[in-house]
Design a protein around this ligand. Structure first.
Ligand code: EPU
Length: 336
């Protein structure tokens, strides 16, 4: 465990906000979590920070940041069809993707290129190109902060939903995830429901392999999403809104090209990016913040943006989308 005082957080948040934390505790070994909790987390505020790729710091953090830095990917069980992996929360997501490609484990290749750490994947149930991580998670282990007891939740107990889980609800700010267990397939299969992916694979006339699918996903991401190492951003800033079918049909009269996907309970999920684009915000810049030119759902720091500048853009978008479509956009990103 390492303790830093007045620690600069710029390299710990992909938005690149120039903020600092009064205390920063880096946990190097999962099992030292209870001791860290006893020593540092008895008073508010504190925040568990993974890769910082889904967090917008709105100010200096006058409390304790806990940063899990546990590493390791272990094969716990292997049968003819499946493999069970135990992955430490601080392992970069991309390392797991590469490990799976190397060992020919199927299931998460469509999630190639997502920034962040493995421990954050279940929190927001990361998803892209037709796959959500919930479909491969076997169980999640960690510690409850209020009791300092270890916990273990199986897939259904994690209450996964669209960009949602128990870790964003009842366990919010009350747990540290130490290990995520994944059940992956050894049988070759792919999810090619996302049109752009199937098309890209066809166009390149490559054999269907883990490597080619992962590569195509990366290329699609690169055309739509800015590399946070170059242009600060936190991925999708808002959730895609889910509306009653009736409201969608009414909007369709005026906007016949409105994109919509079927959502549970007979609802429709619209594309926040498209709504933001139609509201005139795509590629728009206000001061040093704005939206990305190829994907309006991504708010960016063009360089030296303050948290307030990013929030001004976000609030402008929320206002204009509500006025135009009567749809309240909900932030997907964590604001701290
Ligand atoms: N669209 C526009 N204008 C835009 C952006 C999108 O018209 O500026 C349209 C596209 O043409 C497309 C539709 O909206 O028809 C959907 O766009 P896209 O495929 O880019 O996906 P998305 O719904 O905007 C979601 C996830 C992304 C994920 C992609 C691909 C959310 C909040 N976002 O975006 O996840 O990569 O699908 O599967 O669900 C993230 O969570 O940080 C993230 C990047």
């Amino acid at each position: 465990m390492k303790l830093f005082e007045n620690h600069n957080l710029k390299s710990y948040n992909t938005f690149g906000m120039e903020v600092s934390a009064r205390r920063f505790v880096q946990l190097d070994v999962a099992e030292e979590t209870p001791a860290a909790v006893a020593e540092y987390l008895q008073q508010w505020p504190y925040y568990i920070l993974g890769g910082g790729s889904n967090t917008l710091f709105t100010n200096d953090f006058n409390g304790t940041i806990v940063h899990p830095a546990f590493h390791g990917i272990e094969r716990m069980e292997e049968g003819g069809e499946n493999v069970l992996l135990r992955v430490a929360a601080g392992e970069p997501w991309e390392n797991l993707i590469q490990y799976c490609i190397k060992n020919q484990y199927f299931g998460i290749e469509n999630l190639t290129g997502i920034p962040g750490l493995v421990g954050s994947a279940p929190v927001q149930n990361i998803g892209a190109y037709g796959v959500e991580v919930k479909d491969t998670i076997y169980k999640v282990q960690g510690y409850i902060l209020s009791t300092r007891n270890p916990f273990e939740l199986n897939n259904s107990e994690c209450q996964f939903g669209y960009r949602n889980s128990i870790f964003k609800q009842t366990l919010k700010n009350d747990c540290i995830i130490t290990y995520v267990w994944f059940q992956l397939s050894k049988i070759k299969h792919f999810t090619l429901t996302y049109q752009g992916l199937a098309k890209a694979l066809e166009e390149r006339e490559l054999p269907l392999t883990l490597h080619s699918v992962s590569d195509c996903v990366r290329k699609i991401r690169d055309t739509k999403l800015p590399d946070p190492k170059i242009v600060g951003n936190g991925g999708s800033f808002f959730k895609n809104p889910v509306v009653p079918t009736e409201q969608y049909r009414e909007l369709q009269v005026q906007y016949p090209d409105l994109v919509a996907y079927d959502a549970p309970n007979g609802l429709k999920k619209l594309s926040a990016g498209q709504l933001i684009e139609k509201a005139g915000w795509k590629g728009r810049r206000v001061g040093n913040a704005g939206t990305w030119k190829n994907q309006a759902l991504v708010l960016v720091n063009y360089g030296g943006a303050t948290p307030q500048e990013v929030l001004n853009v976000a609030n402008g978008i929320i206002h204009d989308v509500k006025t135009l479509f009567n749809i309240p956009l909900e932030m997907e990103i964590n604001r701290i």
